[in-house]
Design a protein around this ligand. Structure first.
Ligand code: T3D
Length: 255
């Protein structure tokens, strides 16, 4: 059985973590497949990526059985996570995490590394790591405090409570909560809307926002001007302006 399913349709690449018997617990094989798939997602025909889980949850984090009883080198092991997290962050197109059921441990870290998180009303998020005496990894210490602030991040990481969808929404951990029945439909609608947008510009916006995490105002003003040189020369910018004058919806191609 493939541990990662890939489906490409209408500019949307859907990656499905596929170990439902263990709520899609991450193995080295799955991480390597994810790393490869995210690299391949830089192809121009992919305009949006959706990351989701098969079965009854999103992802339960590292497979705790994979290295049972072994003394592993975390430095080596975490390289597999690093390439996935850097891949998600560096991919210049929107990535949606579609979270239903559990998102725990490094599964939550991956969701946080995506650009948008849509939660089904049955979603339950937990940092999980401290419950097994580990510190959060896979970028959680980067993304979480930037989303919820230090005090909340500390609380979530240390106490590892189970955060239900509505609470995750009020904390700013997810962008939207959708009823279970219409979850797949809403994810498809959002992905479809994004895939019809000026996706090259979305990639540049992502680059700008990522840079802002470690830049001064002066640096950002400089960087915005640089990126606007690129956006301003895009076909989608020209089409957007033309469509405005012609009073019709724009037809963006991500170019
Ligand atoms: O050590 C390193 O590699 C370092 C890196 C660590 C990164 C991390 O991600 S650490 C955190 C790892 N994850 C966890 O600690 C979460 C463990 N899982 C849970 O807390 C719960 O399973 C969930 C909250 C995710 C879901 O709960 P529930 O009640 O809906 O399901 P369940 O019954 O607990 O799990 C269903 C099956 O999935 C069960 O298998 P079984 O008994 O039916 O054969 C369970 O053992 C399996 N499963 C769930 N999580 C994992 C797992 N198997 C392996 N690894 C898991 N992480």
């Amino acid at each position: 059985m493939d541990v990662l399913l890939r489906e490409a349709k209408d500019g949307i690449l859907t990656l499905t973590m596929n170990r439902p018997e263990a709520i899609n617990a991450l193995t080295t094989e799955m991480l390597r497949e994810l790393g490869k798939a995210i690299k391949e997602a830089s192809a121009p025909e992919v305009r949006v990526v959706v990351l989701q889980g098969a079965g009854r949850g999103f992802c339960s984090g590292q497979d705790l059985r994979e290295f049972e009883g072994q003394r592993i080198s975390y430095k080596n092991h975490l390289r597999n996570y690093r390439s996935v997290v850097e891949g998600l962050a560096g991919l210049e197109k929107p990535v949606i995490a579609a979270i239903h059921g559990a998102a725990a441990g490094a599964g939550l870290s991956l969701a946080l590394a995506c650009d948008l998180r849509i939660a089904s009303a049955d979603a339950v998020l937990t940092t999980g790591f401290s419950k097994i005496g580990l510190i959060p990894d896979a970028g959680m210490n980067y993304h979480l405090p930037r989303m919820v602030g230090y005090a909340r991040a500390f609380e979530l990481e240390v106490l590892s409570g189970r955060i239900k969808a509505e609470e995750a929404l009020s904390l700013g951990l997810v962008n939207k909560v959708v009823p279970v029945e219409s979850f797949a439909e809403e994810v498809a609608r959002l992905a479809g809307e994004l895939a019809q947008g000026p996706t090259k510009t979305y990639g540049l916006i992502k680059r700008a926002l990522r840079r802002s995490a470690s830049a001064s105002l002066e640096e950002m003003l400089e960087y915005e001007a640089l990126l606007q040189e690129v956006a301003g020369r895009s076909e989608d910018h020209q089409e957007g302006v033309r469509a405005f004058y012609e009073k019709r919806p724009p037809h963006f191609q991500g170019k």
